[in-house]
Write a protein that binds this ligand. Sequence first.
Ligand SMILES: Cc1cc2nc3c(=O)[nH]c(=O)nc-3n(C[C@H](O)[C@H](O)[C@H](O)COP(=O)(O)OP(=O)(O)OC[C@H]3O[C@@H](n4cnc5c(N)ncnc54)[C@H](O)[C@@H]3O)c2cc1C
Length: 307
Amino acid sequence: MPDLSIKENISLAPYSTFRAGGPARFFAEPSNENELTEAFRFAGEKGLDVFILGNGSNCLISDKGFDGLVIKIGKQMGEITSEVREDGLTYVTAGAGCLLSRFGNYCADLGLEGAEFACGIPGTVGGAVFMNAGAYGREIKDICVSVRYLEDGKMNEISASECGFSYRTSIFDRKASKGGIPVIVSMTAALPKGDKDKILKYVEELRQKRTASQPLDVPSAGSTFKRPEGHFAAKLIEDSGLKGFALDDSGAQVSPKHAGFVVNNNGSASAEDILKLIDYVSGKVFEDSGVRLEKEVRLIGEFGGKA
Ligand SMILES: Cc1cc2nc3c(=O)[nH]c(=O)nc-3n(C[C@H](O)[C@H](O)[C@H](O)COP(=O)(O)OP(=O)(O)OC[C@H]3O[C@@H](n4cnc5c(N)ncnc54)[C@H](O)[C@@H]3O)c2cc1C
C-alpha cells in the first residue's frame, strides 16, 4: 500500500542549487512508483498543478514558490542495477532519482567506458535525461538505450531514438512545455568494458578540470545560458565586460571564475535578483554582439507577475 507523506508550505530554496526560491504549497518525495501514482491522485483530487523536481540544479524557483504540488524524485527512487547481455555490453539501469555522479562512478567502478562525463554533473538521472545533460563532448544521448516514464497514469518505455534528444532538450522537455507532465522513472544505458585504471584516471582529470574552471563552491545552476550556435556564451559575456559583474549588492553576480555562470553569493540573492541579472546580461550581450542568449536554466513559478 502506498504510504506517501505530503507536506505543506515547504521552502524550496534548500532543494535548488541556486539556494533561492519560495515555498511549495504541497511537497512530496515518493519512495516508489506506487507512491508516485498516489501523488498524482492527490494532485488530481485537489486540482493542483504539478512540478517534477530532480536535484534542482538547473532551476531558478520563483520567490513566490510553486502554488501546487512539487514532486521530488529523490534518492529513494534511485536504485542502480546492471547486467551483461549477449552483445557483450553492460546494461546499467538507474532510477531517475539517482545522482548522476553516483551513476557515473558506479559505471567507472565496473570498468565501463563512456559515462565518465556524468561524474561531475550535479543533477539526477531523471533531470539529465530531461535536459540531455552533457559535458566534455558527451551527452546522455550517447549512452542511453531506453527510458521508462509515467504519463497520464500510464507507464511507458521508449527507446533512445524515440526520446528526441538534441542539445539540452528531449521529448520530455517538449511534452512538459506543451503542458504535459511526463515523469522519467529510470534510464538504461549500454556501455562497453574498458580499462578501469584509465577510466578512473579520466574521471579524476575531468574533476580537476571542472574544479579549476567552475565556481563549484558558490550556489548556481551551472551554465546560465545555452551555447549559441557558433559562439560560446561565456566568451560573449566576457567580451561585454561582464565577468564578475553585479547589478547591486544582492549577491547575484556573474561569476568572476566563469562568466557563463550566474552565482548567488552566500545564497543571499532572491530569485528576482538573479533573474534581473540574467536578463541584464542577455540584453547587454545582444546589444554588443547581436547574439541572443537563450536560458539553459529553467524558470519555475511566477516571476514579475508572469509565469
Ligand atoms: C555547478 C553545476 C555544474 C553543472 N554542470 C553541468 C554540465 O556540465 N552539463 C550539463 O548538462 N548540466 C550541468 N549543470 C546543470 C544541471 O546539473 C543539469 O541540467 C542536470 O541534468 C539537471 O538535473 P536535476 O536533477 O538537477 O534537474 P532539475 O534542476 O531538478 O530539473 C530540471 C528540469 O528537468 C525536469 N525533471 C527533473 N527530473 C525529472 C524527472 N524524473 N522526470 C521528468 N522531468 C524531470 C524538471 O521538471 C525541470 O524542468 C550544472 C549545474 C551546476 C549547479
